[in-house]
Design a protein. Structure first.
Length: 344
């Protein structure tokens, strides 16, 4: 079937859009949210069936304590031709589950691109087709992220999230305004699984990897069932994980800031001594007290600077987890929930 016709039928603007994605793997990390996942997959199956595209789903079971109802996933899929579960030995969190899933797909599954999304419904199925469209517009050369224009959390959460983004920009010099929801072309996937930073934070790791990326604007969907696990504590942990990817950059920036403070301290000491020796403005005792405080400030700042220097140097020599090398150590087994071949 002519690919341009398929895009025209979907309402995509560029009928000459090439290359075309023939096969896509959808990667979804899951911890206990099996009911939400089932409903999400049904919605995905409906939306993606409008495209002439082969869809496989890889579910990374992040050591769930709730057993999935396998019978839910074995019936009548229109577009999805396989459901594969990768079961982890222990709960690692969504970021590391994604890293393992990407490495597993890169090593074992042939595809044109991988869509990364959450299984709770907050990443909307209709936006997957938009990610595919944008990926094709970029000629499969860029990772495409979904940037959320609106969020559905409480006002307090939104305020803290805004603070997190500003702190991230201040400490790293980079902006981060997207999460996991994205599509990774095969060529980028081959490089991404060798990026150690995605082990701690997927989006920050992509930015740090210097892979090309672009964005589409979306609205956050509503959670299908249950309650969101992203509370204040989880947000702080998530924020620290994203910052850890830039530990050397942050350490270097803080080191430079400390050196500037030391320089300012010496300048102030010089000014105080000059006032004491060459003017009549000095009040008996105040200059000694001021110089003592400034020397204490300089000493503490120098100590912090040395500590930051050793942290930066030490971080470059630490053993790092490479998803492409180490992913198998965390997997108990992989098995098919559904395969179109077995149902023919």
């Amino acid at each position: 079937m002519d690919n341009s016709f398929q895009f025209k039928k979907m309402g995509f603007v560029d009928k000459n859009m090439i290359p075309y994605l023939h096969s896509v793997v959808i990667l979804i990390p899951v911890f206990n949210d099996w009911e939400s996942l089932f409903i999400l997959l049904k919605n995905l199956d409906d939306f993606l069936s409008k495209l002439d595209i082969k869809v496989s789903v890889v579910i990374v079971d992040d050591a769930s304590t709730v057993v999935s109802v396998s019978s839910w996933f074995t019936n009548g899929w229109k577009c999805i031709d396989s459901l594969l579960v990768v079961e982890l030995k222990r709960n690692l969190g969504s970021q590391r589950a994604i890293a393992i899933g990407l490495a597993y797909i890169e090593a074992n599954i042939s595809c044109d691109a991988v869509v990364v999304m959450d299984g709770d419904g907050e990443d909307k199925p209709e936006d997957v087709s938009r990610l595919i469209e944008k990926c094709c517009e970029e000629k499969l050369k860029k990772v495409v992220f979904a940037y959320r224009r609106k969020r559905s959390e409480s006002q307090q959460f939104k305020i803290f999230y805004l603070i997190y983004k500003k702190v991230f920009q201040l400490l790293t010099g980079r902006q981060i305004r997207f999460g996991n929801f994205s599509i990774v072309p095969r060529r980028s996937l081959n490089r991404l699984v060798a990026v150690a930073e995605i082990w701690n934070h997927y989006a920050s790791g992509v930015i740090r990897s210097r892979l090309q990326y672009s964005e589409i604007v979306t609205d956050r969907g509503e959670r299908i069932t249950g309650e969101s696990k992203m509370n204040f504590t989880a947000l702080v942990t998530h924020g620290l994980s994203s910052l850890s990817v830039y530990s050397d950059v942050i350490g270097t920036r803080l080191l430079l800031f400390s050196l500037i403070l030391i320089l300012v301290g010496f300048i102030l000491v010089t000014i105080v001594i000059s006032i004491k020796l060459f003017t009549n403005l000095a009040i008996p005792g105040w200059s000694t007290f001021t110089i003592g405080l400034l020397c204490l400030f300089i000493l503490q700042t120098m100590t912090i600077s040395l500590l930051l220097m050793f942290i930066v140097l030490g971080s470059r020599s630490l053993y790092t987890t490479l998803p492409c090398r180490d992913y198998q150590s965390y997997i108990i087994q992989s098995y098919n929930l559904y395969s179109e071949v077995s149902h023919v």
